[in-house]
Design a protein around this ligand. Structure first.
Ligand code: DX5
Ligand code: ZN
Length: 214
């Protein structure tokens, strides 16, 4: 499954950009607060406006401090999935409970340097695991292959029935890197520059799906 990231879209035409990827699985929406990451993007009012016209369910990736305070609002606004960063949460389980109660799937994101080990139990309360394959903050960075060990571990736990998770990867995914990520066991591939940087985003999505299945 492919989730184009609106971070690489034209911010002056967000509605049209959402409609250009109508055959995607989810539309990835990167919320940055200028504190948890050194960049600032968009928040809840913009998400709600995009949600209202998007043909594809929204996948909100909150790169913000105090995510518990804001995450349920994105679920209430109609997001399919709301992901918070493990590094920013004091009580991830409580945040997951609130997101689910507000009607969305709950996701836990881990930065490239954050080990999976400490979160195995916590992940029982989540629906998606977002493995970051770049340092969060900016699109267009190079893929960090070392994180695939975490993907393999998560895949094994899911396949063994110990966890029920959609395994998602985010950062540096393109036609060259997607195969190794698919092989490691990723279910959902976020791709920003590889989709919106292409002349035809629909074709780019189809090409990524082909490479992932190869
Ligand atoms: C980075 C964001 C990513 C970003 C990926 O912090 O979380 O979702 O849009 O962009 P690419 O695919 O260009 O690496
Ligand atoms: Zn993201």
């Amino acid at each position: 499954m492919i989730a184009p990231s609106l971070l690489s879209a034209d911010f002056a035409r967000l509605g049209e950009e959402a409609r250009r990827v109508a055959d995607a699985d989810w539309l990835h929406f990167d919320v940055m607060d200028g504190h948890f990451v050194p960049n600032l993007t968009f928040g809840l009012p913009v998400m709600a406006a995009v949600q209202a016209v998007s043909p594809v369910p929204l996948d909100c990736h909150l790169m913000i401090e105090e995510p518990g305070r804001w995450a349920p609002g994105y679920a209430e606004a109609g997001a399919r999935n709301v992901t918070v960063h493990a590094e920013a949460c004091t009580d991830p389980r409580a945040v997951a409970r609130d997101i689910r109660a507000a009607g969305a799937l709950a996701g836990l994101a881990i930065k490239p340097g954050t080990p999976l080990e400490g979160y195995r139990d916590v992940l029982r309360d989540f629906d998606t695991l977002l493995v970051m394959s770049v340092e969060p903050g900016f699109g267009g960075q190079s893929f960090i292959p070392d994180v695939l060990d975490k993907v393999r571990t998560a895949r094994r736990l899911v396949d063994a029935g110990e966890l029920t998770l959609i395994v998602e990867i985010d950062g540096g995914i393109n036609a060259d890197t997607i195969e190794q990520a698919a092989e490691a066991g990723v279910d959902m591939f976020v791709a920003g520059s590889a989709v919106y940087g292409a002349d035809d985003p629909g074709k780019a999505i189809a090409a990524l799906r082909d490479r992932a299945a190869a």
